[in-house]
Design a protein around this ligand. Structure first.
Ligand code: ATP
Ligand code: MG
Length: 543
């Protein structure tokens, strides 16, 4: 699947054919300030597959140049998610390990007259930068001498200035039509503690300076990133060139992936977590890889989905239906098909002997014999879905149980509803039915056509289960704040029953609950209290 052609592959092929590169090295460079989401999966797959198909490799590099937002839990979580997706980085690096070299290269820029320490206050500096229509204005500190800049930069490093008091800037072109080239900041001061270097540094390189150096230091040949960095490419190339890096990486941008009605920025996802609107980064409603995993998505489905979205030079939005279709495709043959009743209602077979239990041997998945089979119980006491019963059959399209109608129970007998018991509010609490012992499925021909086929679980052996259902986490309305657009009804819980064979199921086991959907055993599930997450409903609803 991963061998689809795309514009990046074409560039790499050309570079190999011309002898520009002998080995392809890419990197995935997340900032460890949150967990990965499904948008990152596009970047990961693109980075890894672009190298793998040419026998090259990929580094995982934490872009940890911003001390205040980064954390070790994200460092661990990111690697776990990448491995889960099916990729193993050749090396795991930290941008912060290159701080000394970055510093030395900045000193080189100063010596070449290409960087200066600027004491202009931030708001004034922003004004001086101008905008697309107005050229910027040169700072009054722009022409400080090399000696003075060297000394001031050293003082920055030594903690002699306060946060925000000054920055190191590249001296490029204040009138460039590309705003990124208007003397961008290279270093800023921060006294925040860094997750890796602790208190060693109080100056930190800006992304646009650090990233090209990180790539060049690692010998990355093709630095693949999303489209918003396109305008930064001239600066990327400037940094690599002017710092005289021996190896020259090439930045190539691809379109970002969005999914309809899905927040995908780490900042917003973090806000959802920190304000406790969701239960954590791996909340099953979250579009994070850890959330999708907990919900029950498989890495195969995610990879197939990403490939199906195509890779292009423009940003794109995929529908949730594509993601759902990918997981159904993947689970259709892999998942055991079992019976679970989500909204149970009691059925008592008045002509079935009390105390008798029969077991029927049933394959787990008719389309995949390798999954084997299990025995399902049958007795006088059953549960069916409340939705599968109405007192009076409304019309001939209705293909479920009704009073005086007969249905087939999957893998078992025909039953006919004869009588209904109500509670004092008038709701049906029990259906009294009879079964026909000559209709045992597979055991001989029968001429009657039942009014549909429904599923059930035998009541005395049924295992109670908590069933989680998820709706869209966010209402689609751009004018609302995150708090306002959060769908408070996006997680509903039902208490149902699953068949006996699921008694010892463990987290991450996946099932198709017949006629309902695909379900994953949640990480909080225990033998005494099973918990399932609905991954996706079945494609065509049976109703
Ligand atoms: P976010 O905007 O969600 O916070 P980010 O771009 O800040 O994401 P990084 O940790 O910097 O997150 O991302 C690592 C890599 O993943 C970057 O190269 C980025 O281009 C890529 N990436 C992030 N989101 C997407 C997306 N939606 N589609 C494609 N690539 C993405
Ligand atoms: Mg980023």
């Amino acid at each position: 699947m991963e061998n689809t052609s795309n514009f990046i592959k074409t560039i790499i092929e050309t570079d190999l054919a011309s002898g520009k590169h002998k080995e392809i090295i890419t990197r995935f460079p997340p900032e460890p300030n949150g967990f990965l989401h499904i948008g990152h999966a596009r970047a990961i797959i693109t980075d890894f597959e672009s190298a793998i198909q040419f026998g090259g490799y990929t580094n995982l590099r934490y872009d940890d140049t911003n001390p205040s937002k980064e954390d070790d839990i994200y460092v661990k979580g990111i690697l776990e998610d990448i491995r889960w997706l099916g990729y193993e980085p050749k090396n795991v690096f930290f941008a912060s390990d290159y701080f000394e070299e970055m510093y030395e290269r900045a000193v080189l820029l100063i010596k070449k007259g290409l960087a200066y320490v600027d004491h202009t206050p931030a708001d004034e500096m922003a004004k001086e930068r101008g905008n697309i229509n107005t050229p910027g204005k040169e700072s009054k500190f722009r022409n400080r001498s090399v000696e003075e800049n060297l000394e001031l930069f050293k003082m920055m490093r030594d903690g002699k200035f306060k946060e925000g008091e000054c920055v190191l800037r590249a001296k490029i072109d204040m009138s460039s039509p590309n705003m990124n080239m208007r003397d961008p900041a290279l270093y800023r001061i921060s006294f925040a503690e860094h997750h890796n270097t602790g208190k060693k540094w109080c100056i930190y390189p800006m992304y646009d300076y650090a990233h090209p150096l990180e790539d060049a230091i690692e010998g990355i040949t093709h630095s693949l990133c999303s489209l918003e960095f396109e305008d930064h490419r001239p600066l990327y190339d400037w940094v690599v060139r002017e710092t005289e890096m021996p190896k020259i990486p090439r930045q190539i941008e691809f379109g970002r992936l969005s999914i309809e009605n899905t927040v995908m920025s780490k900042r917003l996802l973090r806000e959802l977590v920190e304000s406790n609107m969701v239960t954590g980064w791996d909340d099953p409603r979250m579009p994070t890889l850890s959330g999708l995993r907990r919900r029950g998505y498989t890495p195969e489905a995610i990879r197939a989905f990403i490939v199906s979205t195509g890779l292009s030079k423009v940003n794109s939005t995929a529908g949730n239906d594509m993601l759902e279709a990918a997981v159904r495709d993947d689970l259709s043959l892999k998942a055991k098909r079992v019976m679970a009743v989500i909204n149970p209602i009691k059925v008592t077979l008045t002509n079935y002997p009390e105390g008798k239990i029969e077991y029927f041997e049933v394959p787990y998945n008719q389309d995949n014999e390798e999954l084997g089979s299990r025995k399902i119980p049958f007795s006088k006491h059953l549960y069916i879905e409340a939705d599968d019963f109405v007192v009076t059959k409304p019309n001939n399209k209705y293909k479920r149980l009704a009073l005086n109608e007969e249905v087939r129970l999957f893998h078992a007998y025909f039953i006919k509803a004869n009588e209904v018991k109500y509670d004092k509010d008038g709701s049906v609490i029990e259906i009294l039915a009879t079964y026909d012992e000559n209709t045992r499925s597979g055991s001989g021909f029968n001429e009657r056509k039942p009014n549909g086929t429904i599923h059930y679980v035998e009541a005395t052996k049924a295992v109670p289960a908590k069933l989680n259902f998820f709706g869209p986490m966010i209402h689609d309305d751009e004018d609302l704040s995150l708090q306002e657009s959060f769908n408070k009804d996006s997680w509903t819980i039902k208490n149902g029953y699953v068949e006996e064979s699921l008694e010892s199921t463990i987290p991450q086991d996946k099932y198709q609950f017949m006629r309902n959907g695909y379900f994953n055993v949640d990480r909080e599930s225990k033998k005494e209290s099973l918990v399932f997450n609905e991954i996706v409903p079945l494609k065509s609803s049976y109703k």
